[in-house]
Design a protein. Structure first.
Length: 256
């Protein structure tokens, strides 16, 4: 691959955390107009963790084993395609995440497990997007997508991570699994307004709670530095004798 297709970042901190990440992207096919293309990309991360006296020196008492040192490795290869359809672009992506952990991590989720590595499907979605569909809305961008995909609201405090890591899957600290399953996301973005509707299901580790959320998100941007947002969603944990939750959020984001 060409050098400009590759980025490399290395973070080291006093021998406590060492992480190496590589991201590569390459167009397998592109037509003359550049509107139809197939792209391969891969993210690779390797991390090592070393500490003294995790869990205040009581990890064996709390968790049953020493958790001062461990290593993680993860990779996500994927293929995406886009092509013109109607007045917009049809797009889709398929990717998978492989993670593994060597040693016992500080979460304690790997203790007692023989296998702490797993490959799971990450992205698997298809969608359609278009620009300038609506008269009277400046800079409008409409999109609709269904399947396994990432979704984030605001800074990510309310909704950000749909996949569980660690334990039998490995890669607890890196947290490479983000996509929600069976997700439907409809979005209308513009210079001032962002209107979204969503249906999401999380992907927990074995034995975890698999719930779903249905809701809407509305944001308005004042000038170039202030955004007022509001979100409402109904969350169903799919647990016996546990009621659904009505969640409402109002937030103000300002950056100078």
């Amino acid at each position: 691959m060409r050098n400009n297709d590759r980025r490399l970042a290395v973070l080291a901190s006093a021998g406590v955390l060492i992480t190496t990440a590589a991201i590569a992207e390459h167009d397998i096919y592109k037509d003359k107009e550049g509107t139809t293309k197939i792209t391969f990309d891969i993210d690779v991360i390797a991390s090592g963790y070393a500490s003294q006296d995790s869990w205040f020196g009581e990890s064996e008492s709390f968790l049953g084993d020493e958790t001062d040192n461990w290593g993680e490795f993860g990779a996500e290869p994927g293929i995406s395609r886009e092509m013109p359809v109607g007045e917009g672009t049809l797009f889709g992506k398929v990717s998978g995440v492989y993670t593994t952990t060597a040693g016992e991590d500080a979460s304690g989720l790997t203790i007692g497990l023989d296998d702490t590595d797993e490959f799971t499907v990450e992205q698997a979605h298809i969608g359609w997007r278009s620009e300038n569909l609506f008269d009277g809305i400046e800079g409008d961008k409409f999109s609709i997508a269904f399947g396994r995909q990432d979704y984030n609201i605001g800074t990510g405090l309310l909704i950000n991570d749909g996949g569980g890591d660690g334990g039998e899957r490995g890669g607890w600290y890196m947290g490479m699994r983000k996509a929600f399953s069976d997700a439907l996301i409809v979005s209308l973005d513009s210079d001032k307004w962002l209107i979204e509707g969503f249906t999401l299901k999380n992907r927990p580790r074995d034995g975890g709670t698999k719930g779903e959320a249905n809701g809407a998100n509305l944001e308005y941007t004042f000038g170039e530095s202030t955004t007022l947002g509001g979100t409402y969603m109904k969350v169903d944990p799919n647990l016996e004798n546990v009621e659904t939750l009505d969640v409402a959020s109002v937030r103000l984001d300002w950056h100078g």
